[in-house]
Write a protein that binds this ligand. Structure first.
Ligand code: HEC
Length: 140
């Protein structure tokens, strides 16, 4: 019986399994996908940033020292002078108003655990708590 079912494993079943696996993988990699879609064109695929225009995410002390601001930076953008790894940056980062707290959490966790970073991960309730603080700031 076992052998027989192995032999007749239908192609459709395999395809369904592949689709399921793909779906699961996509969910797991949401942070990476969103990063590639929304962030990599400025911060680069490897998080290295761009000269003195775009600050790095790879090895950035900002991610640790300003952990409570990161969710709001993604949701509402960031302007004005900031210092990352001792260097000044003063360009505008656009807001991503349409991203929800789960998506922001996944992007942040991708950033916190890639590019050589091994920073503490975020939970969705934690991100929600930070977003509550900047909810009433004027749109940028
Ligand atoms: C159009 C270019 C652009 C895009 C797209 C962009 N950023 Fe930024 N980002 C910047 C700039 C410029 C700054 C610095 C802003 C300033 O000088 O005040 C910044 C600052 C930051 C900072 C704080 C400083 C640091 O380096 O740690 C983080 C974190 C960050 N961005 C993450 C992201 C994430 C995550 C995304 C995608 C959702 C993203 N950015 C998309 C340009 C961009």
């Amino acid at each position: 019986m076992r052998i027989k079912s192995k032999l007749i494993a239908p192609a459709a079943g395999m395809a369904a399994l592949l689709t399921l696996t793909q779906c699961f993988t996509d969910r797991q990699n949401e942070g990476e996908r969103l990063y590639t879609q929304y962030c990599a064109n400025c911060h680069m695929d490897d998080g290295s940033g761009l000269r003195n225009l775009i600050p790095p995410l790879a090895g950035a002390d900002y991610l640790v020292n300003h952990r409570d601001e990161l969710a709001c930076i993604i949701q509402h953008g960031q302007t004005g002078n900031i210092v990352v790894n001792g260097k000044n940056y003063n360009q505008g980062m656009p807001a991503f108003e349409h991203l929800n707290k789960g998506q922001i959490t996944n992007i942040l966790n991708y950033v916190q655990t890639n590019f050589g970073n091994s920073n503490e991960r975020f939970t969705i309730p934690e991100v929600e708590k930070y977003l509550d603080k900047c909810r009433h700031l004027p749109e940028q």
